[in-house]
Design a protein around this ligand. Structure first.
Ligand code: FES
Length: 85
């Protein structure tokens, strides 16, 4: 971890990219209880920082391992479509 940083969801609060992702999730109705939200937002933020031109497949890949018990993933797919280039 030497020379590396760790961004928490609290640390991303002021990040414009995080705001864009959060807005896409809200607009798509991809949030309910919020338990999964920090992991989803963090994963999408990292993916879009790494590749701002990420496509749908890349963003879906970035969410592998993130489980959401509430939304059934349709909202997440809509948000990803809005975020992808
Ligand atoms: S919104 Fe409840 S687990 Fe994802």
């Amino acid at each position: 971890m030497q020379g590396r940083t760790v961004d928490t969801i609290e640390g991303l609060r002021e990040d414009p990219l995080c705001e864009r992702i959060s807005t896409a999730l809200v607009n798509a109705g991809a949030l309910q209880c919020g338990y999964c939200t920090p992991g989803i937002v963090s994963s999408l933020t990292a993916a879009l920082r790494h590749n701002p031109a990420a496509d749908v497949a890349e963003l879906e890949q970035a969410l592998h391992g993130n489980l959401c018990r509430c939304t059934g993933y349709n909202g997440l797919r809509q948000a990803i479509a809005e975020l992808a280039t």
